[in-house]
Design a protein around this ligand. Structure first.
Ligand SMILES: Cc1cc2nc3c(=O)[nH]c(=O)nc-3n(C[C@H](O)[C@H](O)[C@H](O)COP(=O)(O)OP(=O)(O)OC[C@H]3O[C@@H](n4cnc5c(N)ncnc54)[C@H](O)[C@@H]3O)c2cc1C
Length: 308
């Protein structure tokens, strides 16, 4: 049995941010993740870019991550490359990164408190656990944490496409059945589409067509009733998920991860402050989610797009 300060489950942006923040605060950190790296396109907002600059400034000069130059509307990224860069930054920060799926691993509990994980040959008994496992929610499923499903199902598609010049850039076309967002890159464009109908067709503007693979996902808006508890914090999509129209997924993942990592480190050092830190974090997650949801509902209602 190894004893360490912080265990992070999930190796996406939220998990890497949590691991880097906790390691910088002087904790011994283990991060467990699948190592999955999907080459999907996304747009990092200016706020997300600022956080990346703080967490891993060296990534700004890694050309394979970036699909275009910085603009006032953020920067297009290859998520597989970004995640790879963040994992490497976590290792450089001293994080013990284990490639493995935690699906078969269970949270280790002592007197109703999460203290680590157990099973699959990896028994780690830590004092604070951070769940950054994305929408599948490792702790939510094992601890049966209460989750609020907040919208109808949405069908999301994304990929690369040919470049067109006649629309503003980036462009966001919304209608009663869904929307199409598009942004020019150095070699074409990246796009994301949402539909309220299964198999809903994308309304391509004239002159544009998709190129290469299209990734399809079904998602709801959802959030945990409480994103922290005895011995744990939940961050990123595992804590709250809205759709990409917020343009805020990466920012929220990085910021909630960095906050959770810093707070876990503080809770290790000053255990008497842990319950206050935990309550403040859960409140911040909830308020952030609600603000994002209210903004989306406003946009969708004006477009006649039904949320429920
Ligand atoms: C179609 C679409 C388009 C989007 N576009 C944008 C955009 O343009 N801009 C933006 O800011 N956001 C966008 N987002 C949102 C953004 O992708 C997410 O908010 C962000 O990825 C959340 O990061 P995360 O680290 O919380 O979760 P994830 O990125 O899902 O990372 C979780 C990681 O944990 C690993 N993992 C999960 N469970 C386990 C387990 N049991 N064991 C081990 N490893 C595990 C996974 O393999 C994964 O690597 C988009 C989302 C979608 C669906």
């Amino acid at each position: 049995m190894r004893t360490r300060g912080v265990l992070v489950v999930g190796d996406g942006p939220a998990g890497c941010a949590a691991a880097i923040a906790a390691a910088r605060a002087g904790c011994e950190v283990t991060m467990v993740g699948s190592g999955r790296a999907r080459p999907v396109p996304e747009c990092a907002s200016l706020a997300a870019l600022g956080l990346l600059d703080w967490l891993a400034p060296e990534l700004a000069t890694e050309p394979q991550i970036w699909l275009d130059a910085p603009t006032q509307a953020g920067r297009a990224v290859d998520r597989g490359q970004l995640d790879g860069g963040l994992r490497a930054a976590a290792v450089r920060a001293g994080v013990d990164y284990r490639h493995m799926a935690a699906a078969g691993l269970r949270p280790a509990m002592v007197s109703g408190r999460v203290v680590g994980m157990t099973g699959g040959g990896l028994d780690v008994e830590d004092r604070w656990v951070i769940d950054a496992s994305g929408v599948n929610g490792w702790l939510r499923r094992h601890l049966r944490l209460e989750e609020v499903i907040d919208s109808r199902p949405w069908w999301l598609q994304r990929g690369f496409g040919t470049r067109i010049a006649e629309q503003g850039d980036p462009s966001f076309n919304i209608a009663s059945h869904g929307w199409l967002w598009r942004r020019a890159t150095a070699s074409g464009c990246i796009w994301t589409a949402l539909s309220s109908m299964r198999g809903g067709a994308v309304n391509w503007p004239s002159g544009m067509q998709p190129t290469g693979r299209i990734w399809l996902e079904k998602r709801h808006w959802r959030h945990l009733r409480c994103a922290s508890g005895a011995g744990y914090f939940v961050c990123g999509d595992a804590a709250g998920y809205l759709d990409p129209a917020t343009g805020d997924g990466l920012r929220f993942a990085l910021e909630s991860g960095a906050r959770a990592g810093g707070l876990a480190a503080a809770a290790l050092r000053w255990s008497e402050r842990a319950s206050v830190a935990s309550a403040l974090y859960a409140d911040w997650v909830l308020q952030t989610y609600r603000a994002g949801r209210a903004a989306l509902v406003d946009i969708y209602e004006r477009a006649g797009l039904q949320v429920r």
